[in-house]
Design a protein around this ligand. Structure first.
Ligand SMILES: [Zn+2]
Length: 680
């Protein structure tokens, strides 16, 4: 039986669908032969008698793995078969139409119902024929089995290679494979220095964000995998996620690890299937070979870094030291309910049992307290306790600073060296090129110039960095270290550092307030396991400590009705009195006290003066008329300090005004609204 004999006119009147798929983008990029063969099926369809207008190519699944759920093209194919518009499906292999046997069986079932042929280079299959259906089904099953065997063989070989530490995978930046396939440190010194500095910066700052800050304005290398730049080092900004990646990569401790991640396929609530990759706990990693290659950090440092990162992760309940002066932030507990107290930074810091209040579980002992009340005594105890180790701590810190300074200028030196090398290379290329080939010569010259500019930039930066003031000598530091008290209170010591020092020795602090007294019991739990208790008195509430002196209030009450606020302020300051917060009195403060103690204001009117309202009443007209006269210069008046109009109103002015009222028809109309309806 020939291919053509199964194809009838009815098939040719419908569409010929060429379904093209290729598992990965890499296959699409590299295995162009296969893609080309698949597209050639279009010509085959035309040869078998389909009109070119009725040949449809579905290629939206190119680069999509058969395991991924969102194969739009396959869905489209099934849809078109269902509505019966497809006469034949063209594919390279029947089994390649669908990767799972179930999908293929469903497609075959639909094809047999709608009389759709399947055509591959081996022949034509009419699914309504039992023989053909059996054959196609068998091919699908065999293909699936083949895939399984292939995959398990590959996995087995992979695992065996991994157990020997021979399985190669892309190396993190800072490492390369040498000619024999061994993992070695990157020969580029600048790359090595940058990687080492990440670990040093984490040691110094204690957080991944701190590392990002330390690399501000400095470049960090990245090795490109795949794509046009494959294998090349590119320089860019160091991001937070990269820092986390570097710190949590066991490879930098010289360990070879296989099976750090596990991927599973999960069904989403909406029915789509997704591959989820999770990192396994360290003890579940399949292969760990320590000292497999040269290390940037020790294994212990790697483990410690991991713990430090976890302790920084507030999302998982950790409370790392933060900026802000409240010393016990993150380690203070409520003695009444036992929960962690939160730290608010208003009013110089307050420890507050806010969780219990939020949950409505607070008990009378759950009281907030100003941070300074507790911090002082705790810090004092800490400084007493720490004295025997004072020199050691300070010297370690000093060495670290010197080391960091040295490393940062070393990185700049390396950058200058690299720039010089590249400029020299460009220069050589320029001199070697044929001077007649002007296009090439010009572009080489431009590149040389660009490199020279880069070199100048790098050199300038190096000069700037070396010009920074020298570090204090070790003797100076030793002298300072003897006096830890001064180091603790020095302006250069950050709050964060103080908290770290505190946490090195103190595990937590429990605050228990007396419910009926003003004492607070501070329970210090030392890391050594010892515990001790300090008792401090709560400060008097602000309503007591910040109250205005009674003498000042008496003075305001006595003189208030006769004096202006400014005059009172002058008199109060003359007596030497100050406000509740220790400031001098001013008009604003006096005005507030006048309001608070209900002291009437001094009258703004001089003898013989009246307010606008009084004048209007005396004349029997509206206030508006009086304001009109004042604004138009028809009536003398002055503004008081508070902005009120004061009208001198001797009898002659009163008479003049009365005459004006009597002669003005409009004012009469206004004051006798019943007789006329005119507007003013
Ligand atoms: Zn509480």
């Amino acid at each position: 039986m020939t291919i053509a004999s199964k194809i009838t006119t009815a098939h040719r009147q419908r569409l010929a669908v060429v379904y093209i798929r290729q598992s990965t983008m890499a296959q699409v990029r590299e295995n162009t032969e296969s893609t080309a063969r698949q597209y050639a099926l279009v010509d085959e369809a035309a040869r078998l008698g389909w009109d070119s207008s009725s040949i449809v190519v579905i290629d939206s699944d190119l680069g999509t793995s058969g395991r991924s759920a969102s194969r739009v093209g396959f869905k489209e194919l099934v849809g078109r078969v269902c509505i019966g518009e497809v006469g034949a499906i063209f594919g390279l292999e029947v089994s390649r139409l669908a990767r799972s046997s179930a999908d293929l069986q469903r497609l075959l079932e639909l094809c047999s119902l709608t009389d759709t042929l399947i055509i591959d280079p081996d022949g034509t299959y009419d699914l309504s024929s039992f023989n053909d259906r059996l054959l196609v089904g068998l091919k699908g099953t065999m293909s699936e089995a083949e895939l399984h065997v292939l995959a398990s063989r590959l996995q087995g070989a992979k695992r065996a290679a991994a157990e020997r530490g021979d399985l190669r995978f892309p190396l993190p930046v800072g490492y390369v494979y040498d000619d024999d396939g061994n993992t070695v440190m990157d020969p580029d010194e600048e790359v090595r220095a940058a990687v080492a500095d990440v670990f040093a910066a984490f040691q110094a700052t204690g957080s991944a964000y701190g590392v990002v800050g330390a690399f501000e304005g400095r470049r960090f290398p990245k090795r490109a995998y795949g794509g046009a730049w494959a294998g090349d080092i590119r320089w860019g900004r160091l991001t937070h996620s990269r820092v986390i990646g570097l710190l949590s990569n066991p490879g930098y401790s010289g360990a070879y690890v296989f099976g750090r991640y596990r991927s599973r396929r999960v069904v989403e609530p909406d029915g789509t299937i997704r591959t989820k990759t999770t990192e396994l706990p360290r003890d579940e990693w399949a292969v760990v070979i320590r000292d497999h290659h040269p290390a940037y950090i020790s294994w212990d440092t790697y483990v410690a870094n991991g713990q430090r990162l976890a302790a920084n992760c507030t999302r998982k309940g950790a409370r790392p030291p933060r900026e802000g002066s409240a010393l016990l932030q993150g380690i203070v507990l409520c003695g009444a309910c036992g929960r962690a107290m939160s730290t608010s930074h208003s009013y110089g810091g307050i420890y507050d049992c806010s969780h219990s209040r939020a949950d409505h579980t607070e008990i009378p002992g759950c009281r907030s307290i100003m941070a300074w009340v507790v911090d002082g005594p705790v810090a004092e105890r800490l400084l007493d306790a720490v004295s025997p180790v004072e020199v050691a701590v300070a010297l370690a810190a000093a060495d670290e600073v010197a080391d960091r300074r040295g490393r940062s200028s070393r990185a700049l030196e390396l950058r200058v060296e690299r720039a010089r090398y590249e400029a020299a290379r460009c220069e050589r290329a320029f001199h070697n090129c044929d001077p007649d080939n002007r296009l090439v010569a010009r572009s080489l010259e431009q590149r040389w110039e660009a490199k020279l500019k880069e070199l100048a930039d790098a050199e300038r930066e190096l000069v700037l960095s070396t010009a920074t003031p020298a570090l204090p000598s070790r003797d100076d530091i030793e002298a300072v270290a003897k006096d830890l008290q001064r180091l603790w209170t020095a302006a250069t010591t950050s709050d964060k550092d103080r908290k770290r020092m505190l946490r090195a020795l103190i595990a937590d602090v429990t605050l228990t307030s007396e419910t009926d007294g003003d004492k607070v019991h501070i329970g210090i739990c030392w890391r050594s396991g010892a515990a001790e208790e300090l008792v401090v008195a709560r400060p008097a509430p602000a309503s007591v400590t910040r109250r205005t002196p009674q003498a000042a209030i008496d003075l305001i009450a006595r003189l208030g009705p006769q004096r202006s606020n400014e005059q009172l302020a002058v008199e109060l300051n003359a007596t030497g009195l100050v406000t509740g917060t220790g400031r001098r009195f001013d008009a604003k403060t006096v005005s507030w006290l006048r309001y608070a103690y209900r002291v009437p204001s001094a009258s703004p009117f001089a003898p013989g003066e009246l307010s606008v309202r009084d004048v209007a009443e005396r004349l029997g007209v509206s206030d508006i008329a009086i304001y009109y006269w004042i604004n138009h210069g028809q009536l003398q008046a002055r503004r008081s300090a508070g902005g009120r109009w004061c009208v001198p109103f001797p009898p002659e002015v009163e008479r003049e005004c009365q005459q004006r009222v009597a002669s003005s028809p409009r004012i009469k109309a206004r004051t006798q609204p019943s007789t006329a309806g005119g507007a003013v």
